[in-house]
Design a protein around this ligand. Structure first.
Ligand SMILES: Nc1ncnc2c1ncn2[C@@H]1O[C@H](COP(=O)(O)OP(=O)(O)OP(=O)(O)O)[C@@H](O)[C@H]1O
Ligand SMILES: O=P(O)(O)OC[C@H]1O[C@H](OP(=O)(O)OP(=O)(O)O)[C@H](O)[C@@H]1O
Ligand SMILES: [Mg+2]
Length: 408
């Protein structure tokens, strides 16, 4: 992504922007629509029309800001200090045998004994992104939504692992399922509604004041005005503050309970937790690359194993080759590289013979029952299933990608 703000604005939190340093300049025509109180709030926060956005956001032209690599011995990993991601991030690290030792919940720094050169700093997710950019953190675990919103396409931010398997949600436009929106079911239909004009734009309430206008602009939607709110956005349409909202959706319950619906083409971003890093830290800070390699290896080994079971079964056969051919005739039974097949030695009437072979394969958890059916179909019996803890590949694929990204 290469949408960048002018350097002097890049690290400013949206809510601290004043009208004199507009991230998105307030549109006089759109603000005319709001009540005086709302208008005051919108101007104090960030309000825009897409047209005004075009003139104030430089697309792909501004250089990345220079994050300062200050001399220090410890690598800093930012973890969410609160909210739904906090516990999940710590649990994930624990599953990778990285135990975060926090003396008490109000202490914002912690250690991971397994990574002696690394400190954990607990921060709000958006502050993790800001501090990666400012050089105060080197690594961080946050949702892709937060990284994209507050990172604003800055090229110093690198996604080291893009799928940590928690915090799944998507950023989506939602509109009321009643009134003038009753028969509107797509972004195209929403954009084409005759109600929106320069004087009376579609009003969207969101906490995503960077991604929202960018999405509208990319979709060629004019006559949109954004206003921000910090929570309970779903109430905005019913309160008459906005026509639509742009917010995170997971189960969809909050939308449903507030008589709102998503629309086709209205998903701005699919999100889950990611491991992000500062490019500058990885290239310039001693030890950072080794630390990220170790974390990545552990994460990949755990996350790959997490989706799999080990399946062991016995199968009657004349040779390992013949059993292998039968097993490999089934689409779900090829394992990671292929089945491991070992002879089972039986003693009968004082004679040792091989009538059975034991086969060992990994199967995706989701396909377990199908796999068992396929095993039975080729003569498998006595099927044992056990969880897998780690799968260490020869090399982690994401490590190669990271080195290429860093041009190392
Ligand atoms: N409903 C959800 N289901 C799953 N993940 C979500 C959901 N809402 C948010 N997330 C993910 O969790 C991250 C943190 O959200 P959370 O609500 O815990 O904190 P926040 O929104 O930053 O803080 P707050 O809600 O207190 O202002 C989000 O950036 C997103 O990646
Ligand atoms: O689709 P659902 O599973 O219902 O989840 C969606 C809700 O979760 C988030 O809110 P959160 O709980 O973080 O509250 P907030 O508005 O205070 O941030 C998000 O902002 C939605 O309101
Ligand atoms: Mg929230």
């Amino acid at each position: 992504m290469s949408i960048l703000l002018p350097t002097n604005l890049q690290q400013r939190p949206c809510h601290s922007l004043s009208p004199t340093t507009p991230l998105i300049s307030p549109s006089p025509s759109s603000s005319a629509f709001f009540s005086p109180a709302t208008r005051r709030r919108c101007v104090r926060f960030v309000t825009s029309s897409v047209a005004s956005l075009q003139s104030s956001v430089a697309i792909g032209s501004a250089p990345a800001p220079a994050a300062v690599v200050v001399e220090r011995d410890q690598i800093r990993l930012g973890l969410p200090s609160k909210g739904r991601m906090a516990a999940d991030a710590i649990d994930l690290l624990k599953d990778c045998q990285l135990f975060v030792k926090q003396v008490n919940p109000r202490q914002y720094v912690a250690q991971i004994p397994q990574l002696p050169n690394t400190e954990v700093w607990f921060q709000r997710p958006k502050d993790i992104v800001r501090k990666l950019l400012s050089g105060d953190l080197d690594l961080g675990i946050v949702g892709l939504d937060t990284l994209s919103e507050f990172g604003q396409g800055n090229e110093d931010l690198i996604i080291v692992h893009e799928a940590l398997n928690f915090g799944d949600c998507h950023l989506s436009i939602a509109i009321p399922n009643y009134g003038i929106f009753e028969n509107i079911n797509s972004l195209k239909e929403l954009a084409q509604m005759p109600q929106w004009s320069e004087e009376r734009p579609l009003r969207v309430a969101t906490g995503f004041t960077y991604l929202g206008p960018k999405f509208m602009k990319e979709n060629g939607i004019k006559h949109v005005a954004f206003s921000t709110a910090d929570g309970a956005l779903e109430a905005a349409p019913a309160m008459g503050i906005a026509d639509a909202i742009l917010d995170l959706v997971s189960s969809g319950t909050t939308l449903k309970e507030n008589n709102l619906k998503e629309i086709e083409g209205g998903v701005v971003l699919e999100s889950q937790a990611v491991l992000a890093a500062s490019r500058r830290a990885l290239t310039d800070r001693k030890g950072a690359l080794n630390t990220v390699h170790e974390i990545l290896e552990r994460l990949e080994a755990h996350l790959k194993a997490d989706g799999q079971f080990t399946v062991v079964a016995n199968m009657r056969g004349n040779s390992a080759q013949e059993v292998a051919e039968r097993v490999l005739s089934q689409p779900l039974l090829s394992g990671l590289q292929g089945p491991t097949i070992s002879p089972v030695y039986c003693k009968q009437d004082g004679k040792v013979s091989i009538d059975y072979y034991a086969i060992v394969i990994c199967v995706p958890k989701k396909a377990l029952y199908e796999s068992v059916k396929q095993l039975r179909a080729v003569g498998g019996s006595g099927v044992l299933v056990s969880p897998l803890t780690y799968i260490f590949d020869e090399e982690t694929p994401r490590w190669g990608q990271l080195l290429r990204n860093l041009k190392l």
